[in-house]
Write a protein that binds this ligand. Structure first.
Ligand code: NAD
Length: 458
């Protein structure tokens, strides 16, 4: 972790509002020094034999595996995540590092037929890569950036969100413990306007891999343009869950709360608009009610909790603001007292112009609206500047394919709400992002492709 910062940030437990830790806020000069140290470490990391880099990443994954409980406990306390989510998230870091540990030995180029010699391509690392992480999934989103970047031979500077730095700081220590050389993975806690902005403007940083709001993503992209810096953006979402009357309505209604209220709705992939075919609308809402009211919204220290608090008081205020003029159809439960709690809430919507239908709420609020037929469903689903994910519930395979292809979003699930598997590509259409993470091609996004032609006659 970077040190010698003069300011600190108090990290809170969102379930209670109590202080958990005091974390240094790295200043601009210290950020520069960390970037320079990463640049110094780069040649040796790049030149390490592929098998050795792979071996170090496998050891890193094994050390993370040995600390799953510790990392999960930090996230329960720091981010208000449920135990089951937090364990999954720590396990995801292990799995993603493991998966990309196979990449150094498989960073293949191509041999392209040419006259008079041979032509080959190489994937060469960029140098220092910055990863900027939001507060909603601190561990997985960090890993989706740093694991393929390191595997491709880059050094990484990583900024966790100010509110949720604890797991990233620990993961940085675990990398060192595993034998990853100092300077290769650097965790730099601090403000977006200081550390994040320096990542964007510092000429030694060759790529910024940003996950966060569309608003900040646009600033990052504009800043990167100054140096034609490479950029990957994973931004906001307003995903649709389209339920046709021929679907297994019981299954669709039982799954819908988990598709939006997981992580208290603070999920870029949240299916926060439910579109239900009109003939099934009333029945779907009847089935949805018990699924929402039975959700176990409890302090995450209780292992049976299915939904925890929001991350902060301001996030709570922002989410409640969406309910001011809304027609609330169903309200679940939430603990009272301290902490940033909002109950899971279903809002009935008549018009796609309503704010709760159009804007990303990033909280446990879902809007429901009826539709008439396949074409109407696709039009409504696409009536947004976002395009991250979505679900389609139907028993008709042809319709499932047509609607999946018709929705402008990067990740569609049929009769399911699972969006993320580390071995499949993930990313957004339109203002939900730029580029793809995860999947077999992710390391290539952290390389330049070089073409070399060698003439036969010297
Ligand atoms: P945010 O944009 O406020 O902050 C994200 C990160 O950027 C933080 O680390 C922050 O400190 C940093 N930052 C802020 N200003 C900066 C600047 N000027 N320069 C550089 N860095 C800066 O987002 P958030 O509130 O932390 O996260 C919520 C948002 O993230 C939601 O919109 C959500 O949809 C989105 N998100 C998207 C994905 C995805 O994969 N598409 C995943 C998770 C979250």
């Amino acid at each position: 972790m970077a040190s010698s910062a003069s300011e600190t940030h108090t990290v809170l437990n969102p379930a209670t509002g109590g202080a958990v830790a005091e974390v240094p806020s790295t200043g601009a000069e210290e950020t520069d020094r960390v970037i320079e140290r990463a640049q110094d470490a780069f040649p040796a990391w790049r030149d390490l034999a592929p098998g050795e880099r792979a071996g170090l990443l496998r050891r890193f994954a094994a050390v993370v595996d040995a600390h799953i409980e510790e990392l999960a406990e930090l996230e329960v306390r720091n981010a208000g995540h449920t135990w089951s989510n937090a364990r999954w998230e720590a396990g995801n870091v292990r799995d993603v590092v493991n998966y990309y540990s196979a990449a150094p030995e498989r960073l293949f180029g191509r041999q392209i037929p040419v006259a008079g010699g041979i032509d080959v391509t190489f994937h060469e690392p960029l140098g220092v890569v910055a990863v900027i992480v939001p507060w909603n999934f601190p561990m997985p989103i960090a890993g989706w950036g740093f694991a393929p970047a390191l595997a491709a031979g880059n050094c990484v500077v990583l900024k966790p969100a100010e509110m949720t730095p604890l797991t990233a700081i620990r993961i940085g220590e675990l990398a060192l413990e595993a034998g990853v050389p100092p300077g290769v993975l650097n965790v730099v806690p601090g403000k977006g306007s200081v550390v994040g902005a320096r990542f964007v403007s510092h000429p030694l940083v060759r790529k910024v891999c940003f996950t966060g709001s569309t608003e900040v993503g646009k600033q990052i992209m504009a800043g990167c343009a100054e140096q034609v810096k490479r950029v990957t953006l994973e931004l906001g979402g307003k995903s649709a869950n389209v339920v046709f009357a021929d679907a297994d309505l019981g299954k669709a209604a039982a799954a819908a709360p988990y598709a939006v209220f997981d992580n208290a709705g603070q999920d870029c992939c949240a299916r926060s608009r439910i579109l239900v075919e009109r003939s099934a609308y009333d029945q779907f809402l009847e089935l949805l009610e018990p699924a929402v009211t039975s959700l176990r919204v409890l302090d995450p220290v209780d292992e049976s909790s299915e939904m925890g608090p929001l991350i902060s008081a301001s996030q709570k205020a922002s989410v409640l603001g969406f309910l001011d003029d809304a027609e609330v159809a169903i309200t679940g439960s939430a603990p009272g007292g301290a902490g940033f709690w909002v109950p899971p809430t279903v809002v009935a919507v008549d018009s796609p112009d309503e704010r709760v239908w159009r804007e990303e709420v990033f909280g446990p609020v879902v809007a429901v609206m009826p539709f008439d037929g396949e074409a109407d469903a696709v039009t409504l689903a696409n009536d947004t500047e976002y395009g991250l994910s979505g679900s389609v519930y139907t028993r008709d395979l042809g319709r499932a394919l047509r609607v999946s292809r018709g929705i402008q979003a990067g990740n569609i699930s049929v009769n399911s709400h699972a969006s993320v598997r580390y071995w499949t590509p993930f990313g957004g259409y339109k203002q939900s992002g730029l580029g793809r993470e995860l999947g077999p091609d992710a390391p290539n996004a952290f390389t330049e492709e070089k073409n070399v032609y060698i003439a036969q006659e010297a």
